[in-house]
Design a binder for this molecule. Structure first.
Ligand SMILES: Cc1cc2nc3c(=O)[nH]c(=O)nc-3n(C[C@H](O)[C@H](O)[C@H](O)COP(=O)(O)O)c2cc1C
Length: 208
């Protein structure tokens, strides 16, 4: 290699590395019941994030049944540690909650409380991560109040709620029996949310 080649090769290597980089998007949501509509919603958004170039990891149902978060008790169950470690590594999240009495469920909120364990990180809490939010409820009213509450939690955790969020009314036919999305309108919303999380992750990564 000549001296004059060196910068070119270094530049090419940097370009290759940038092209190889793929954001990690973590999904959180659902209820204690496997395949709940909120779990299906997260899985659908993660599929769109993968189509947009991301790698994904999913935490749902019994994987997020953690003990009540207690900052004074440092012991963590293994699946809570796995979740916190995934959030530590991730570049974006997709969070879906059922609307329970007009707000997010205790299960999802408790899992989000565990993000407190990242407070002393170089990237504390959800710093620098886009978060796509989905609220599922049996009627429009709780979809909107839950979506607003979810976004407020993401803001408190220093995350960036995506401009688009999904209010999903489970009283309408959203999913087919095989779990696929039956509504063309909802399918478009899911695609947009997955894309926005990945676009933000790529843009934020480019600034680092
Ligand atoms: C404890 C509890 C509280 C609920 N509260 C509301 C509510 O306030 N408004 C509403 O529209 N639906 C409410 N629901 C219905 C869920 O939001 C609805 O079934 C949602 O689609 C959750 O679906 P999933 O369990 O399939 O994720 C409630 C359900 C439960 C179990």
């Amino acid at each position: 290699m000549t001296t004059s080649d060196a910068p070119t090769r270094a530049g090419a290597a940097a370009t290759q590395e940038a092209e190889a980089w793929r954001p990690l998007v973590v999904g959180l949501g659902g209820t204690t019941r496997a395949n709940s509509s909120s779990e299906r919603a997260v899985r659908a958004v993660l599929a769109e994030a993968r189509a947009a170039g991301a790698e994904t990891e999913m935490f749902a149902a019994d994987q997020i049944e953690f003990p009540m978060y207690a900052p004074e008790r440092p012991a963590r169950v293994p699946h809570a540690t796995a979740f916190v470690e995934a959030v530590r590594r991730c570049d974006g999240l997709v969070v879906a909650s059922p609307g329970y009495h007009g707000s997010l469920s205790g299960l999802v909120k408790n899992a989000l409380d565990y993000v407190e364990d990242l407070r002393d990180d170089e990237r504390p809490y959800l710093h620098g991560r886009a978060v796509g939010c989905v609220a599922c409820a049996y009627g429009w009213q709780a979809t909107t109040t839950t979506l607003v509450a979810l976004r407020a939690v993401v803001h408190a955790l220093r995350g960036w709620p995506t401009p688009f969020g999904i209010a999903m009314n489970s009283a309408e036919p959203v999913f087919a029996d095989d779990g696929s999305i039956a509504s063309e309108a909802v399918a478009g919303q899911v695609r947009l949310l997955g894309q926005q999380v990945v676009e933000f992750a790529n843009a934020f990564h480019a600034t680092r």
